[in-house]
Ligand binder design. Structure first.
Ligand code: HEC
Ligand code: HEC
Ligand code: HEC
Length: 122
């Protein structure tokens, strides 16, 4: 390679690295907390083991994020925020989750609807 060729090559390399960096930053920017794999939800009626990953993934039950999370909820994805389903909210957190979780299982004829099928652990 000529000296000029080498310079051009070096320049091209810098440009490519820069572009790769920009794309990676945009693609993997940490906008929200990482998706949980499994959650142990607590209630006065016992714990509920919720397989978040299987519900939300294409290979699993393929439920879209916004079937459970509100579209405006994308920062923390927690259901407990100030304007959300806290203990004094209407509906309460438990009612909201019962409607959402049990509702889909019932409507779709899949997944547990019996109390003890979800509330398995005390
Ligand atoms: C079947 C219902 C359901 C689906 C579908 C779902 N989630 Fe969740 N997700 C939940 C529940 C319930 C929680 C627990 C929230 C809480 O405890 O306040 C949760 C928690 C989370 C959390 C952790 C929040 C925290 O407090 O740390 C993240 C992040 C999250 N979900 C992202 C996603 C993304 C992204 C998708 C779509 C790919 C998705 N969820 C799909 C029900 C669901
Ligand atoms: C939009 C539909 C939908 C929603 C919403 C949903 N589920 Fe499910 N759930 C399913 C399907 C589909 C299955 C798989 C049933 C099967 O394979 O027999 C399932 C299965 C389950 C099971 C059985 C164990 C397992 O993972 O296969 C549990 C427990 C469960 N869901 C809990 C929950 C909880 C808790 C929520 C709310 C946070 C929830 N689900 C919300 C569709 C849903
Ligand atoms: C699809 C799963 C599912 C089924 C079926 C289900 N529950 Fe729940 N239940 C939940 C979830 C999720 C919560 C909320 C946990 C949390 O706050 O993280 C909850 C919360 C509760 C609470 C706590 C209420 C409070 O305010 O502390 C009680 C009591 C309860 N359920 C009773 C029942 C009874 C009785 C049945 C049957 C008629 C039932 N559940 C069926 C998932 C389920």
């Amino acid at each position: 390679m000529t000296a000029k060729g080498e310079q051009l090559f070096a320049l091209a390399l810098v440009v490519v690295c820069f572009l790769v960096g920009v794309v990676c930053f945009a693609a993997f920017a940490p906008e929200q907390p990482e998706e949980p794999v499994r959650l142990m939800l607590k209630s006065t009626a016992g714990k509920i083991l919720f397989d978040h990953k299987t519900h939300a993934s294409e290979e699993g039950y393929g439920v879209a994020c916004d079937e459970c999370h509100h579209e405006t909820q994308d920062e923390t994805m927690s259901c407990n925020g100030e304007d959300c389903h806290g203990p004094d909210s209407d509906p309460t957190r438990s009612d909201a989750l019962h409607t959402r979780c049990r509702g889909c299982h019932e409507d779709g004829g899949v997944g547990p609807v019996e109390c003890t099928a979800c509330h398995v652990m005390s």
